[in-house]
Write a protein that binds this ligand. Structure first.
Ligand code: FES
Length: 252
C-alpha cells in the first residue's frame, strides 16, 4: 500500500470516529444534565376534563384523597389530579403560593417562604420563583401535578399518590404518613399540599403544577397550563405532541 493510500485510510478512520463521537455527544450531555429548567415552547391548550364515556368531569364527582390521571400537557405524559383532603376525608383548601423553583432544604416539611427569603432567591437569580395555582372547585381543594419525576423522569405509575394513612412499601424517615406523591424509582417524595415541593430527594425541584379552572355554573373542570420546572434533558415533559381541547380522566 502506498504511503498516500495509508494516510488517506487513516484520515478516513479518524474522521469517522470524530463524526460518531460528535453524534453521541448531545445525548450524553442530555443524560448527565437532565434537569434544565426551560419554559414550554408552546402554551398548552385549554382542555376540558372528561370521563372515558365523554361526559364532563364535575368537581363534585371527584372523591376526596383519591387520585385520577389524565394526559397533559403532552399526549404521552400523565398528570395526576387529586381532590386533596385531611386524614378524616375533609377537603383541604390549597392556597395560591409563590415559591422558589429550588425548594430546599430536603427532608424538612417545606413552609411557605418568607418575603425576605423570596427576595433573596429573586436577587440571587437561582432558579427563579413561580406561582403555584391554588386549588379549584367548591372547596378549593382540587389540584393537579405533572407526573414526571424531577429526578430522572420516571412517570406515573412509578410516580404515584399515597393518600393519608397509606405509606409506600419502601421505608423512609419522614414523619408524614401518606398524603404524598411518591416515586418508586429512587424514592423521591413530594408534597401535594404545597406545590409538590420536595420532602425527600434525590429530586431537588417541585413537580410542575397544572393550572386548573373550575366553572362554578356547570361544575366542570379545565386544564389550562403547566407552570414550574419542566424537564428538557434525557426525557421531556413538554416535548412531543400537545393534547387537544378534551382530555380523558380515569382513576389512578
Ligand atoms: S426518577 Fe423519581 S426518584 Fe429518581
Amino acid at each position: 500500500m502506498s504511503m498516500d493510500r495509508r494516510k488517506f485510510l487513516k484520515l478516513l478512520g479518524v474522521s469517522g470516529a470524530v463524526m460518531a463521537l460528535g453524534g453521541a455527544l448531545p445525548p450524553i450531555a442530555r443524560f448527565v444534565a437532565p434537569n434544565i429548567p426551560k419554559p414550554a415552547a408552546e402554551k398548552p391548550p385549554r382542555a376540558k376534563l372528561v370521563w372515558e364515556d365523554g361526559t364532563p368531569v364535575k368537581a363534585s364527582e371527584l372523591e376526596v384523597n383519591k387520585a385520577y390521571v389524565f394526559h397533559y400537557p403532552m399526549r404521552d405524559t400523565y398528570s395526576i389530579l387529586i381532590n386533596v383532603g385531611d386524614e378524616n376525608g375533609n377537603p383541604v383548601e390549597i392556597p395560591e403560593l409563590e415559591i422558589p423553583l429550588l425548594m430546599q432544604p430536603l427532608g424538612q416539611e417545606p413552609q411557605p417562604p418568607t418575603p425576605e427569603a423570596l427576595d433573596a432567591v429573586k436577587a440571587a437569580g437561582r432558579g427563579g420563583v413561580y406561582r403555584i395555582p391554588g386549588g379549584v372547585g367548591p372547596h378549593k381543594s382540587i389540584i393537579a401535578y405533572n407526573a414526571v419525576c424531577q429526578h430522572f423522569a420516571c412517570q406515573y405509575p412509578q410516580l404515584t399518590y399515597f393518600p393519608p394513612g397509606q405509606v409506600p412499601p419502601q421505608s423512609f424517615p419522614e414523619t408524614r404518613k401518606g398524603s404524598i406523591l411518591y416515586c418508586y424509582c429512587h424514592g423521591s417524595v413530594y408534597d401535594p399540599y404545597r406545590g409538590a415541593a420536595v420532602l425527600r430527594g434525590p429530586a431537588q425541584r417541585p413537580l410542575p403544577a397544572i393550572e386548573l379552572e373550575w366553572d362554578p355554573a356547570t361544575d366542570e373542570l379545565y386544564a389550562v397550563n403547566i407552570v414550574g420546572n419542566v424537564i428538557t434533558g434525557k426525557f421531556c415533559n413538554t416535548c412531543g405532541k400537545l393534547v387537544g381541547t378534551r382530555v380523558t380522566v380515569k382513576p389512578a
